[in-house]
Design a protein around this ligand. Structure first.
Ligand code: ATP
Ligand code: MN
Length: 543
């Protein structure tokens, strides 16, 4: 006999909360609203989707995708976005009618299935609060949303009215022929309907970075607020520090500092009233080679409520093995920000006193810390340099340069000049110190030298924040024009100037020149319209 679905709804929700009216989702089986972490963990385990570890955290696998899929991220091109978005390889167009058709197919797919709904919000500063209702097929994806976004109170849930919706159905696969996607997975942002749809991938980062992309459009474009891919913390005197950087450069690691209160680990806004606010309510840390000794705050945050992704286990136990990278190098954990001891509540700071641009230079030529002039700061912000080690591929030993404008190009719907202009004004007006920090290689490139020790990087950053680099001597690097301190408390002076750490000086000069050339080449796209001062901050090639 045909089973007629009667939607059963459980949990806390507003009296007018209605998935059929708001989203057109109908004939679902059970709808679980705002379940507690314990309930979501129970369901995850019952569905065979995860296991409990002896840390108290649950461990899940994200399947085929263990990272974001930038090529499958689209933005609906319509009246609202057509003239505002910087279209291209990063921001790919999707037709409005195709979006409706694909979303309809997702809705049909969800008929007769259980879904989990999470009411949450982004932006810790009430002036910019954006309510988000997340509908997920999987219970642990719902937990991810609970961990990463800000959590409304029970009372707020009873009166919750969503500004944006996310519908995430990883087991729904798109058909490129029918749907106009590139392949079976997709994440599509629709600014008119205020919906993000995600299918074909279980990677949780798509949920988080989807909302980040939305805010990177709305805040600068409509509210004149700078949105930033950075972490932030506050010292005892209330001094705020920002840490910009691409993936793996140290935003999460370096912002978790027991002596400073954490504002947030990845996404922030900075407005004209001097508010630096977290978009999120949680952290998403890498767990590769994680240890209690080196990163105690992150290690201890992995407890009940945290969700571990794609980790391995010590044989025959439920103990995570953070050195196991057999599934991916990008093993991760999400946890609510209150798993860190020393946090700023609410997650808001003042105008920053120090800004750090983190780069993981695998060529080993950039200094571990240097002070940037305003023009250099703009040059490096627009360049957004880091280098990835080739890593797993056989025979590939040469690091790959990555230039990603504003240290976050994949998440920026507007032209980089927009963010640069906002940052430039702020640096100009607020008298901020800007530092470039190389958390990458020293004493030679990847394969020759070693990665900078985390304790030295921490010491250099602490010294900068405490003003201990204000009165030391600086030397200027010939190629990059960077001002390098010649001494720093708790750090051996000989490592401060990279050329000194290389045995073969000629090899250093060659490599540095090579990197400089790549900076210059990359900047060609941005030359038109850039002020002369910024152009002058480019590296100078040795002849
Ligand atoms: P994402 O944007 O992907 O979240 P992230 O900038 O937050 O990236 P982290 O999660 O902080 O990057 O990753 C930095 C990694 O590099 C960590 O695994 C950390 O242990 C390691 N590491 C090694 N040496 C250093 C160093 N000197 N400074 C910072 N991190 C280091
Ligand atoms: Mn991070």
């Amino acid at each position: 006999m045909q089973k007629y679905n009667i939607m059963e709804e459980y949990g806390k929700r507003a009296s007018n909360a209605n998935l059929t009216k708001d989203l057109g989702l109908s004939n679902l089986e059970n709808v679980y609203w705002n379940m507690s972490p314990a309930e979501l963990i129970e369901d995850t385990i019952l569905l065979g989707e995860g296991v409990l570890t002896d840390t108290g955290a649950i461990a899940i696998n994200t399947g085929k995708f263990t990272g974001r899929s930038p090529e499958d991220r689209f933005i609906v091109c319509d009246e609202k976005t057509e003239d505002a978005v910087w279209w291209g390889k990063i921001n790919k167009k999707f037709e409005p009618a195709k979006f409706d058709a694909l979303f309809n197919r997702m809705k049909a797919y969800l008929v007769g299935k259980d879904v989990y709904v999470r009411d949450s919000y982004a932006c810790a500063d009430d002036n910019y609060r954006m309510n988000i209702r997340v509908v997920t097929e999987l219970p642990w994806a719902n937990m991810f949303a609970y961990n990463m976004f800000l959590r409304p109170t029970d009372e707020e849930i009873e009166n919750f009215s969503p500004d944006w919706h996310i519908v995430c159905a990883p087991n729904f696969l798109a058909d490129p022929e029918i749907d106009g996607t590139r392949q079976s997975n997709f994440a599509i942002l629709n600014f008119t309907q205020k919906i993000i749809i995600i299918g074909g991938t279980k990677y949780t980062g798509e949920i988080k970075k989807g909302i980040f992309s939305v805010l990177n459009f709305i805040l600068p474009h409509e509210k004149n607020v700078l949105s930033m891919h950075c972490s932030a913390n506050v010292g005892k005197d209330g001094d705020t520090a920002l840490f910009f950087g691409l993936s793996g450069t140290g935003k999460t690691t370096l912002s978790s500092d027991p002596n400073r209160r954490l504002i947030g680990d990845d996404e922030h806004g900075w407005d004209d009233n001097g508010s630096v606010f977290n978009f999120e309510g949680g952290c998403y840390a890498k767990t590769i080679n994680l240890s209690a000794e080196k990163e105690p705050q992150i290690y201890n945050a992995i407890k009940f409520g945290a969700v571990l992704e794609n980790i391995g286990f010590k044989e025959g136990t439920s103990t995570p093995d953070y050195d196991d990278v057999s599934i991916t190098q990008n093993t991760r954990v999400s946890y609510p920000i209150y798993h860190i001891d020393n946090i700023m509540e609410p997650s808001i700071g003042k105008n920053p006193k120090n800004i750090f641009f983190l780069t993981c230079d695998a060529f080993g030529v950039l200094p571990p810390i240097s002070r940037l002039t305003k023009a250099q700061a703009m040059y490096h912000f627009i360049s957004g340099y880091t280098a990835k080690v080739a890593g797993t591929e056989d025979g590939v030993t040469e690091p790959q340069t990555v230039f990603s404008a504003c240290f976050g190009a994949p998440f920026l719907p507007l032209h980089p000049a927009k963010y640069a202009e906002l940052l430039g004004k702020k640096i100009e007006n607020e008298n901020v110190n800007v530092w470039l920090v190389n958390t990458g290689w020293s004493g030679g490139g990847y394969g020759e030298g070693e990665r900078m020790s985390l304790s030295y990087t921490r010491a250099m950053i602490t010294a900068a924040m405490e003003g201990k680099l204000d009165n030391v001597d600086f030397v200027q690097d010939e190629i990059f024009g960077l001002n390098i301190p010649t001494s720093c408390p708790e750090v051996p002076s000989e490592i401060l100037t990279p050329r000194n750490t290389w045995k073969d000086k000629e090899a250093y000069d060659k490599k540095a020149n090579d990197l400089a050339q790549r900076f210059i080449k990359n900047f060609e796209t941005f030359e038109a319209g850039a002020p002369q001062e910024i152009l002058d901050a480019a590296p100078k090639l040795l002849v």
